[in-house]
Design a protein around this ligand. Structure first.
Ligand code: GTP
Ligand code: MG
Length: 289
């Protein structure tokens, strides 16, 4: 994953054992090209320079190794696990603008839980987009779980309510809710998500255990604006970053976590059911070289 941004970084550092002015500038540019914000790129290069100067850098490998460490230390505090409820069902709301990979991520999560022998019910909360319900159904069949749905145009709050009732009645371990990525207006969307959230709270006595925001790694700095909006509307508990397999960027992850202080829980690395992994700061940092 992430060969794109980091190949460029690797190219800059390859063959250099000192961080002279020219290398520093090239490295900063390579980071910015990979969607690291300009101020953060400057900070990273500065940190690298300090470390390079405080210890003897014997070879170019060492310089890359130092950069890995700098990136790892920045991300490590934001690596976190998914939250499970003390008593079932665990409820996860999956949020994000259209096309980021919500429905695919839900299917991958369901597949992951099913493989662990847990029962999962999906709530078809995207009642707005044409064929969204059918798409969720197709994925549910692949993952081997059931869907609670109403018809297109139905109230997603009512779908949520039905799904929670069904899960409680049948002793299901997990309810994962799909949500719309777009409504007539953004205000409508946020209002609808808040309503779904309230219904979870009323039905289970606590907020959804995860309000997972799905972000497409390719959207770069724009992902930060999306995260800010969803976070203000209903409080995001974790991020799922998708399409890291197909991006030449992904550096926005670094600024994203620091600006919003929201942990990254999952990473999507492909279009298949198995292509979801827990976020690892170490793997991400290692992707640099
Ligand atoms: N390469 C790659 N593609 C992905 C990944 N996750 C999702 N996709 C693709 O992204 C596209 C959109 O995925 P969806 O799951 O339908 O996205 P969504 O957020 O539910 O979209 P809406 O329902 O329209 O709001 C599909 O073509 C997926 O196959 C990933 O990790 N890697
Ligand atoms: Mg969808």
């Amino acid at each position: 994953m992430l060969q794109g941004i980091f190949r460029r970084v690797g190219n800059v550092l390859r063959g250099r054992s000192t961080l002279d002015e020219e290398t520093a500038e090239e490295l900063e540019a390579a980071l910015v090209m990979g969607d690291v914000s300009a101020p953060l790129a400057m900070q990273l290069v500065e940190e690298l320079r300090e470390r390079a100067e405080s210890g003897a850098v014997a070879d170019e490998e060492n310089l890359l190794e130092l950069l890995r460490e700098v990136v790892y230390e920045r991300l490590e505090p934001y690596q976190d696990r998914l939250v499970f409820a003390p008593t079932p069902p665990t409820v996860w709301l999956v949020l994000g603008v259209n096309g980021v990979g919500k429905t695919t991520t839900i299917a991958k999560l369901a597949g992951m839980l099913k493989r662990q022998g847990l029962s999962v019910l999906l709530a078809a909360g995207d009642t707005f987009r044409a064929a969204a319900i059918e798409q969720l159904q197709v994925w549910a069949d692949r993952a081997g779980c059931e869907v609670v749905a109403q018809t297109k145009g139905a109230d997603p709050g009512a779908v949520m309510f039905d799904a929670l009732e069904a899960a409680k009645a049948r002793g299901i371990d997990f309810v994962i809710a799909d949500t719309a990525g777009r409504l007539h207006t953004k205000v409508n969307l946020m209002e609808e998500l808040r309503k779904m959230s309230r219904i979870v709270e009323r039905a289970t006595g606590r907020p959804a255990d995860e309000r997972l925001l799905v972000l497409d790694a390719n959207t770069g700095q724009n992902a930060i604006n999306q995260a800010r909006e969803f976070n203000e509307a209903i409080g995001v508990t974790g991020l799922a970053i998708t399409k890291l397999d197909s991006t030449a960027r992904g550096g926005a992850l670094l600024s994203l976590t620091e600006e919003l202080q929201i942990p990254i829980k999952l990473v999507g690395v492909g279009e298949k059911l198995e292509d979801l992994v827990p976020f690892s700061a170490r793997d991400f940092a290692d992707g640099i070289v």
